[in-house]
Design a binder for this molecule. Structure first.
Ligand SMILES: [Mn+2]
Length: 295
């Protein structure tokens, strides 16, 4: 892996209902992120944040704030692309999960053929046809797979083959979304799969799905995958989540695969957090992904 890491934030909260997630990048930085990564041995450049325009009206209720989200994601796309062109590792801090339409489509355009490991309580596989809320943070995975909404990735030619996508930690998926995930052959490992198979076996399988026949892996870590007891500062908490052990081991195994190309960490909401517990956890998990080992 490259020695150079670029931190790129997105102060995006228009894809979600509860406000405050725009302060996520700041909360993760305040947990000592840069110093911690430098200590592992990387050269880190903080490229600052993309800041979305102030939204006046939500527009289409099936794609709320589409215009502002897509414009901001296009900026994020360019920044991530720039970082990849310099052969640096882009580390993207959210913001709500809608930002992954910008980050992942840059990584997939750059490398041509990537796999995605999506650690999340949700599927994020909705589109404007089947969405129940119109919240665009529930759509980015579908968009980057080329399955809509098309406008969300119109600035990029990068798409990801659904057969190279694995979701881990799912436990809150909409009925139509479930059908669409199955139809498109996405590998979904629910929380009950984690309880029965164990996280180690799941990672062995999932890493095969995302790395076999691809250039490498993009890791998209939604903090709501983790149980709200450990990650209370997130906008859409769902009980019965992943434990700290499960999450650390999952991220550690991704690192050990040696295939990690890029990473985003999203949905840290400081307004709902307790003394930056979730921001600190996000920062610690990033360290683990990048190579801080216990022994
Ligand atoms: Mn998500």
């Amino acid at each position: 892996m490259t020695k150079y890491i670029d931190i790129i934030g997105s102060q995006m909260d228009l894809g979600a209902v509860r406000k405050g997630v725009d302060m996520g990048p700041s909360a993760i930085r305040h947990a000592g992120l840069i110093e911690k990564i430098e200590r592992i041995g990387y050269t880190v450049k903080d490229k600052g944040d993309v800041v979305p325009a102030v939204a006046v009206s939500q527009g289409d209720p099936k794609l709320r704030y589409e215009k502002e989200i897509n414009a901001s994601n296009e900026q994020l796309f360019r920044k991530v692309k720039e970082s990849l062109d310099e052969a640096h590792f882009p580390l993207i801090l959210g913001g709500d999960h809608s930002i992954a339409a910008g980050s992942v489509s840059a990584v997939s355009q750059h490398y041509g053929n990537i796999g995605i490991l999506w650690i999340d309580a949700h599927g994020d596989f909705n589109d404007d046809r089947i969405t129940l809320t119109g919240n665009m943070h529930g759509m980015p995975l579908s968009a980057v797979c080329g399955l809509g909404p098309d406008s969300m990735v119109s600035f990029s030619s990068g798409r990801v083959d659904p057969s190279h996508v694995a979701i881990i930690g799912a436990r809150d998926i909409d009925p139509e979304e479930k059908i669409k995930l199955r139809k498109n052959g996405i590998s979904v490992y629910s929380i009950s799969d984690i309880h029965t198979m164990g996280i180690y076996e799941i990672l062995v399988e999932a890493l095969d799905v995302v790395s076999n026949g691809t250039c490498g892996i993009h890791l998209s870590l939604d903090m709501d995958a983790i149980d709200p007891e450990y990650a209370p500062g997130t906008g859409t908490p769902v009980p019965n989540g992943m434990t700290l052990r499960e999450t650390y081991l999952a991220v550690e195994l991704v690192r050990k695969s040696g295939k990690l190309l890029s990473m985003d960490v999203v949905e840290v909401n400081p307004l709902l957090d307790i003394k930056n517990k979730t921001g600190i956890l996000a920062s610690d998990l990033i360290q683990t992904a990048l190579g801080s080992t216990e022994y």
